[in-house]
Design a protein around this ligand. Sequence first.
Ligand code: AVI
Length: 448
Amino acid sequence: MNDRLRWIEPPPDASRATFAQDVRAGLEAQPPRLDCRYFYDAAGSELFEAICALEEYYLTRAETEILAEHAPTIAAGFRQPISLVELGSGSSRKTRLLIEALLAAHGSLRYVPVDISRTMLEATTRTLLADYPALEIVAVAAEYEQGLAAVRSVDDRPRLVLWLGSNVGNLHRDEAADFLRRVRDGLAEGDRLLVGIDLRKDRATLERAYDDSRGVTARFNLNLLARINRELGGDFDLAAFRHVARYDEVAGRVEMYLVSTREQMVRIRDLDLVRRFAAGEAIHTENSYKYSPAEIDRLAAAAGLRVEARFEFHESVPAGLVAAQAPGPGERVPPGSPVLLTISRGRAPTPTPVPPTPAPTPTPTPALAPDEVIVPDLIRLPEAEAMRRITASGLMTTYNNYQTVDQVAPEARAFFLSVPPGHVVSQIPAPGTRVKKGTRVHLAIRKE
Ligand code: AVI
């Protein structure tokens, strides 16, 4: 027992039942998917820590350097002891920089780490309490939703809410805005929000970061299947699935897949489920969205937030350069405005035109079930021809999205402009994806 530590957590059975339901729904879906929230059991959290230490995974390094540089300034923005709430706290390693700055500024601090890995939280809280005698911890072993409730319940001090590590990137853009709006709704006058967002950048840097040379990210991805084996009595053969990470520059996201290397049957005992995988069939396991500065402004606006300051990391300019600040230093702002600070790496984009993204699965034409088809490659086709091919393939058309160049991130513009107006610039599902007949194919068309 420690009177400086309090726990908030949901009943364990509820989370196991949700895991089982989500795995069933994801594997029965076409194309199959698994939710990236489930990466983080004890083994997955450790693998994620190993990813953060990789040279190729620049995100952690960039954020750490920014915090090292700016933690004292951020702490000085509060005049009294605060609650530091961290959504998705993991090892809290980077957060120590802020914890130290806040303790130095105010003498005491309440830290509210929210993480779905109870094991990781236990280890983290133990060392933090030992290292910082003036620290009080309310540990929330839960998902973000319960974390949000905890944010609201810890309400007798001003709050700084942290959402670091580009965790925002694992939500679709509209989900990210909804989530930030709910965070904002839980904030009171004078509270602040600090969000770590990864900028769009060149494909090579991104694909290296998500498919590292030591295969740590591959093990992290495959651990999801190992977890299903451990917790739900699955019999996935991990050697028969391959890790794939690819950057879709139009959508601005890195997608991760586990691709079946051969035709195989997988049984999951506790779900009473048998699933056939064709050779080349891909399970979609994660999206990691990247943002342009304009997209960050749109995200903040959609969440009812205003960007007060951005700290960008440039590889060529070390240690957390302030690239832009709005409003500028010394400007007056209405008291109590919720604040979004954006931290990122901001490396100059590579201005090379990028060819359309290849399909995640180099499908060696697996035997298709009678109700299945492979999505054709429609990129660069005239809209009418693309629509004709969709219906000819047994798929369905849907409303298309017409884009102008100013709606596209700067990094994707060269590719966008290489496609004639009225032609397809992106499609969902991606070419080569195996889907049920009748699946709707959504196209983005260059408008002008
Ligand atoms: C936790 N999240 C922000 C990481 C990311 O970059 O999307 C998870 C990750 N996936 C592969 N590598 C790291």
